[in-house]
Structures are given as C-alpha cells and as structure tokens.
Design a protein around this ligand. Structure first.
Ligand code: ADP
Ligand code: MG
Length: 242
C-alpha cells in the first residue's frame, strides 16, 4: 500500500441548517500523519464537520485544503477520503475478504492487486485467519477491524473516524483504542477521530480540538488542554469535572 500523509486545513468553515448555525468560523490545521481528535458533546457539530471534510455536507462559507490543494468544490468520490462510521455496516452475506475487497473491485483493480492489498491489510489488522468468515461470525471488535481494513485498503488521503468505538462495550473500547492508535502509527495516515469521550481522545490523539455549539474552543495536546484550559467549558469537559 502507498500511503502518503498529507495536511488538512479548514479555513473559516461555517454551515447552517436553516436558522441553526451548526459550525461557526472553524479554523483548523492538522499536520501530515497526525492522529487528531475532535472532541465535543453530542450535538456540537462533530459529525457535521467530518461529513463536510468527506464531501457529504455542503458548507456555506470557507475553504478546505488537503495537502495544500483546495478541495472545497471536489465531489466526495473524487476526494479519496476514507470514513468509518459508528454503525460500520458490513455486508452480512459477504466474507471478510469480499467486504474488504469491495472498494477495490469497484475501482476495477486486477485480481492480483486485490488479493495482495486485501492480504496486506488483513495482516495489518490481525484478521488473516478470518478472511473466509462472514461478519456475523465475528466479535464486535473484529467487525470494527474489518471496517477499518475496508477503509484503509483504498489508500485514502485521510482517515476519518466518527465515534467508531461507541457501539462496543467498555472493556473492548479500551482495547480497541490501543489497536486504533497502533494501526494509525503503523499507517502514518493523517487521521481525524471524532469522539464525545474525553478519555478516549486524551489517550489516543497527538492533538485535539474541543468543539462546543459549532465553535472550536481550543486546540492542543492532551496535557496542554488539561493543564491550561482557555475557558470553563474546556476545563469542565476535558478536566476532572467530567
Ligand atoms: P455531533 O456529531 O457533535 O453529535 P452533529 O454534527 O450530528 O453533532 O449535529 C450538530 C447539529 O446539527 C445538531 O443540532 C443537529 O440537530 C444538526 N443537524 C445535523 N445534521 C442535520 C441535518 N441533516 N439537517 C438539519 N440539522 C442537522
Ligand atoms: Mg456525531
């Protein structure tokens, strides 16, 4: 696989649904290869921002730059951005191999290339021996790994994760956090990880942004936000008050 870490920049991004201003003047620069968490309570606009980066939401104002190129008007299918959702919706009737291969088949890659890439990515997520199983025969954590494999196999420019662990039980969530972090380090893929769980963000991300009511409150490292919150909201959300 050929993964080239690129930067992601949001410049003055605003989006409203009718009178509801969901994102207000969001400015953000994520470095190539960074594991970046977008943290905020439910309804703060996290998913909206992520979908906007993927190209599924049209925003009214601002620019989006990937690797320095303006992609604001590039349609979603041409952006080559990988996204993993909370409900990872694998095809139940297809094997793990076929689920992961799906995007490559759609791109009409050769059978050899597909076999090689799927093999490589299944190895990476530790599922080589499960290639012929169906999703229903896997645990929740394994299904989540299939969803990740399916997304990274297309060699995306960015990896976007929308609360990918929130359907798992607590113990598994903690374990998957570690796996996610290791996988991201191995791939070196610029990653935006959306979560409402401050502990999840603090234990995985290089840096994070805290979002409240569509406004970015603070951007920094876990220690930076914890020790020097800029306002009460960040202190409460990131700190021990939570
Ligand atoms: P989060 O992911 O942080 O929980 P969302 O981005 O899903 O927040 O939602 C932010 C706000 O935008 C909420 O008030 C939500 O009701 C509103 N919203 C999200 N999607 C739509 C939509 N398609 N149409 C209208 N309002 C929406
Ligand atoms: Mg959401």
């Amino acid at each position: 696989m050929q993964l080239h870490p690129v930067s992601l920049e949001c410049r003055h991004i605003s989006l409203s649904y009718g009178n509801n201003e969901v994102l207000r003047d969001v400015n953000l620069k994520i470095e190539p290869g960074e594991f970046f968490a977008l943290l905020g309570p439910s309804g703060s606009g996290k998913s909206t921002l992520l979908r906007l980066i993927a190209g599924f939401n049209r925003h009214q104002r601002g620019e989006l730059l990937v690797g320095g190129s303006d992609i604001t008007n590039v349609p979603p299918h041409a952006r080559n951005i990988g996204m993993v959702f909370q409900n990872y919706a694998l095809w139940p009737h297809m094997t793990v191999f076929d689920n992961v291969a799906f995007g490559l088949v759609e791109r009409r890659e050769t059978r050899d290339a597909i076999r090689r890439k799927v093999g490589e990515v299944l190895e990476l997520v530790g599922l080589s021996q499960f290639a012929e199983r169906r999703p229903g025969q896997l645990s929740g954590g394994q299904q989540q790994r299939v969803a990740l494999a399916r997304t990274v196999v297309i060699e995306p420019k960015l990896l976007l994760l929308d609360e990918p662990l929130s359907n798992l039980d607590k113990n598994l969530r903690v374990q998957m956090r570690e796996e996610l972090k290791n996988l991201q380090h191995k791939l070196g893929l610029t990653t935006v990880f959306v979560t409402h769980d401050q502990e999840e963000a603090m234990t995985t991300a290089d840096r994070m942004a805290v979002l409240d009511k569509g406004v970015l409150q603070q951007v920094g490292s876990a220690a930076g936000l914890y020790d020097y919150p800029v306002n009460r909201f960040v202190a409460g959300f990131v700190g021990t008050a939570n």
